[in-house]
Design a protein around this ligand. Structure first.
Ligand SMILES: [Zn+2]
Length: 395
């Protein structure tokens, strides 16, 4: 474990930020309630509460195309309700803009829709582990009949580069920008109305989540994507997270990344070692942006990119701990577990986490006695906590 890292964004820092976000301070860029906004005829944005993942809905006379599937079970159900409020057509296609739980995790709710992803993502879905498939299948008990015997890959249709859907007179273009480290992020472009879902690259008012394992690509990947998206001059951009934006916000993101790269480059030129680069890196020029917790990983990622290194290869150990939840924030996404030995362990519940004894992570509360099986990465800064494989709540 690289202990030098824990100072800046350790438990205290994360807790404070999350608490501020919880109280609706400047860190909460979108409101406490999700919004469903009409962007054009038959096109709607689901703007997640408190900067949770956004979604986009396109209604055609052939059925509904849903882009991304919500941050947690209650959000996914809410998206389903919002769709019902504007059409009685079923969701027939689900496009995934990035293979992360807060975008893909709600997909079982809409089965038997066809899930459209990039080829790289299809490969990931095909190699889901049994506990992940189990968790996918039982995420929405009310859908258990539709999910019986179904594996996530059974519903997948994938493409290598670009793909156009022509549905009921509407043109829906799926755009993948080739790069070794683009992990399969797909933007969605509606040329007739000028509306775009900008996928991972289109952050607004939120520090991007780029990681040294390049699982979210690199800053170069992001710049390539932003260049391609900017050229289309969208009228409205639905970012992966945060308020609706426009083409000028895409340009802000370009400026952001160029500045972040320049900062790390200057520190490296002064001969600073990685731990010092991380300690001194910030993007406070972008005032009031959400998720300053991403700085450590961003600094390390850029450091790797600029020194010509590939992604960090992380070896993971599985550990088991039991104890009491002493901290539950972000609707159960981030937990602090006080173990029987009196150690504080920061845990991160992902959409793959198999939860036993509670319906979903939003039901987790401080004081609950739990047992957690989680992944401890070796030699890698677990800035957001350890990912939980299985969480069992004692009854
Ligand atoms: Zn996300």
């Amino acid at each position: 474990m690289r202990k030098t890292w824990l100072g800046k964004n350790g438990v205290a820092g994360l807790g404070l930020l999350a608490m501020l976000a919880w109280c609706g301070s400047a860190f909460a860029i979108t409101g406490d309630k999700a919004e469903f906004v009409k962007l054009a005829d038959d096109v709607y944005a689901y703007v997640g509460k408190r900067n949770d993942a956004n979604a986009m809905v396109i209604v055609t006379n052939q059925g509904v195309v849903l882009v991304d599937t919500g941050n947690s079970q209650p959000d996914t159900r809410d998206i389903g309700e919002k769709i019902k409020s504007v059409t009685d057509k079923p969701v027939r296609w689900v496009v995934i803009t990035q293979y992360h739980g807060d975008h893909f995790g709600g997909s079982p709710y809409f089965m038997p829709a066809t899930v459209i992803v990039h080829d790289k993502v299809a490969k990931e879905i095909a190699s889901m582990k049994p506990y992940q498939i189990k968790s996918w299948r039982k995420r929405f008990p009310e859908r258990s009949a539709a999910l019986e015997g179904l594996a996530p890959i059974d519903m997948v249709m994938s493409f290598p580069d670009r793909m156009t859907l022509n549905l009921g007179g509407k043109r829906i273009e799926l755009i993948y920008v080739e790069d070794t480290y683009n992990s399969g992020d797909v933007a969605v472009w509606l040329p007739d109305s000028g509306v775009m879902h900008g996928s991972f690259a289109a952050y607004k008012d939120r520090h991007p989540d780029i990681r040294p394992d390049y699982s979210h690509g690199t800053t170069v990947t992001m710049l390539k994507q932003l260049e391609a998206l900017l050229a289309l001059k969208p009228r409205v951009v639905v970012p992966s997270h945060g308020p609706l934006s426009t083409v000028s916000d895409l340009q802000v993101m370009v400026d952001y990344i160029l500045l972040a790269r320049q900062k790390v480059r200057l520190m490296m030129a002064k001969g600073m070692a990685l731990p010092d680069v991380i300690r001194n890196f910030h993007m406070n020029e972008f005032k009031d942006w959400d998720r300053a917790t991403h700085f450590d990983w961003m600094a390390e990622t850029i450091h790797r990119e600029l020194s010509g290194q590939g992604p960090i290869i992380v070896t993971v150990k599985e550990l088991n701990s039991s104890g009491e939840l002493t901290g539950v924030i972000e609707a159960g996404r981030n937990l602090t577990l006080k173990t029987a030995e009196g150690k504080d362990v920061r845990l991160r519940v992902t959409s793959d986490t198999n939860i036993e004894g509670a319906a979903d992570r939003t039901q987790l509360r401080t004081g609950m006695k739990v047992q957690a099986l989680y992944k401890e990465p070796e030699d890698f800064n677990p800035a957001l906590g350890y990912d939980v494989i299985e969480l069992t709540v004692a009854r």
